[in-house]
Design a protein around this ligand. Structure first.
Ligand SMILES: *Cc1c(COP(=O)(O)O)cnc(C)c1O
Length: 433
């Protein structure tokens, strides 16, 4: 299947090129030419299938023309070798827990899938080393770094804003060594993202190195996120709760929710979506006014959503043919302050015993406020609360148990290279490699 650019100024490319390049030459994001509907038989029987079986069927619709079946199956089964339970929280609200992977956040799914697909292409082609550049506000870096750790032929550079990620997040990508290098940028997440984008546009740099991005602009990272929408639906169908399903996604760069919108286009009967934001409310404002007005991001306690110019907005627009009316017909928004997030974590914990993380709290709150009585809501619990330990413990006034996977990172020593936020010094560093 071919992939086109949302800016429509570049040629359509094969999957391999879309994955290796990340961003199209015209700065647009790649989109699959077709979103295949899944069969009736699949929808009728999905409640009896395992997560891996469901994901393979979805992966086949995306990638089946381009990747041999046995290899695709192996990649899917290996990527999803951890639990993804749907947990009842309260009334008609469910949590899809996406934090049981190696770094305890949903990005493990796309990160692992992309690492394995890229590695397949590198082996097949005998291609020169690929440098993966990834800007992170906290969780992307760890998921991508852990997904790519030790993968031959790939060097990973994680750019992160100095002092703006939690200690645990930082440990998860600064302690790994091998093919993973952490670059500590004297700036914000938006500065990191701007550096990565500028690197892709720089001719000299691209002549010297083969660069790609593992941010959700990359189709290999972004599309696999559709898998778990199908799985969540199947689980709720099994429980007799899928009739009027509303899915709420705590959103930053909007890759996660866009994958859900793709799932709906492929026939998954989700009634509507809610995009939950923290104070970075660019998308929320767009829904209200029809104007897209990117702003510098502001720091919040749900820091993986501190994005002032969501990169996947271009995909949302493209999916709905630039129609604001079509978008607000399927997606509504919500925006919460840090105080509201704290209040939600505390209240839900007290009332139900369920501990939300600050991102999931935005999702929960938007459902509690926005659900109609006959609807069922599921929010994506995007990270384990222990990843935001100090914040969450201060809110509930109790110690939070740290999963063994996280404790292991704590014992390692941080290694990073300091980088200035201006592109020239970044480029000098990169050219010297
Ligand atoms: C990345 C992330 C988000 C935002 O996801 P997008 O795909 O960028 O919208 C939300 N919560 C957590 C914990 C994350 O790591």
């Amino acid at each position: 299947m071919k992939y086109y650019s949302t800016n429509k100024q570049s040629e359509n490319v094969e999957l391999q090129e879309a994955v290796v390049k990340g961003l199209a030459a015209d700065k647009g994001l790649y989109m699959p030419e077709q979103l295949k509907k899944l069969s009736r038989e699949f929808y009728d029987t999905m409640q009896d299938l395992s997560f891996q079986e469901i994901a393979y069927r979805v992966a086949d619709a995306f990638f089946g023309e381009d990747v041999p079946a046995d290899i695709l199956k192996e990649i899917v089964y290996d990527t999803l070798s951890f639990d993804t339970p749907v947990v009842h929280v309260k009334d008609n609200i469910y949590s899809l827990e996406l934090f049981h992977g190696p770094t305890l956040a949903f990005k493990d799914v796309g990160g692992r899938f992309m690492a394995r697909l890229l590695s397949y292409y590198i082996k097949k082609q005998g291609q020169k080393d690929v440098n993966v550049l990834v800007a992170t506000s906290g969780d992307t870096g760890s998921a991508v770094a852990n997904g790519f750790l030790g993968v031959e032929g790939i060097q990973v550079y994680v750019l992160y804003p100095k002092g703006k990620v939690s200690e645990i997040q930082e440990k998860q990508f600064t302690t790994l060594g091998q093919n993973i290098t952490a670059l500590e940028v004297d700036g914000t997440f938006d500065d990191c993202q701007a550096l990565v984008k500028a690197a892709f546009m720089d001719k000299e740099l691209n002549e010297k190195h083969l660069l790609t991005s593992a941010n959700s602009i990359n189709v290999a990272r972004f599309l696999p996120q559709a898998f778990y929408y199908f799985y969540a639906y199947a689980q709720l169908k099994k429980a007799g709760k899928a009739e009027e399903l509303v899915v709420c996604v705590p959103s930053g760069n909007f890759g996660n929710i866009t994958a859900g919108l793709f799932a709906k286009k492929m026939g998954l009967p989700i009634k509507r979506f809610i995009a939950a934001n923290n104070k970075n409310d660019i998308f929320y404002q767009y829904l209200q006014t029809g104007e897209y007005d990117p702003k510098p991001s502001v720091a919040t306690i749900a820091n993986a959503m501190d994005v002032g110019d969501p990169s996947n907005f271009a995909r949302v627009l493209d999916l709905y043919s630039n129609s604001h009316a079509a978008i607000i017909n399927e997606i509504s928004g919500a925006t919460y302050t840090d105080d509201q997030i704290r209040e939600t974590v505390k209240k839900v914990y007290k009332e139900t015993g369920y501990l939300l993380d600050p991102h999931g709290a935005c999702g929960y709150r938007a459902l509690e406020k926005g659900l109609q009585p006959q609807e069922t809501g599921v929010f994506l619990e995007t990270a384990h609360p222990a990843k935001f330990l100090e914040t969450v413990e201060a809110i509930i006034g109790e110690e939070v148990e740290i999963p063994a996977k996280l404790q292991a990172f704590f014992r390692q020593e941080k290694k990073s290279i300091p980088v200035k936020r201006d592109f020239n010094s970044f480029k000098t560093f990169f050219m010297s490699l």
